[in-house]
Design a protein. Structure first.
Length: 83
């Protein structure tokens, strides 16, 4: 599961799908689909949360996703509609 921070989610999703770097984590593991996201006003808060989640087990990350997206629907199109 990929965890990251961006100031433009739509652009970041496009970058992951296009695979600009063949060496990247997202290209190697085919991380193309958004299943969960959080919004923060301050970048430092987002970075702190990213570090927190990256330290979790896969089971705990899965449980977080399921709090908001129990069916694991891909949210990519919703992001494009919101912008």
């Amino acid at each position: 599961m990929y965890v990251g921070v961006t100031n433009d989610l739509e652009i970041r999703l496009t970058q992951h799908i296009e695979g600009n770097s063949k060496e990247s984590f997202t290209h190697k593991y085919k991380c193309y689909y958004l299943v969960y996201y959080e919004r923060y006003q301050y970048v430092n808060d987002a970075i702190d949360r990213e570090k927190e989640i990256k330290g979790w087990s896969r089971a705990k990350k899965n449980a977080l996703v399921e709090t908001e997206n129990s069916e694991w629907k891909f949210l990519n199109d919703e992001i494009k509609e919101d912008t």
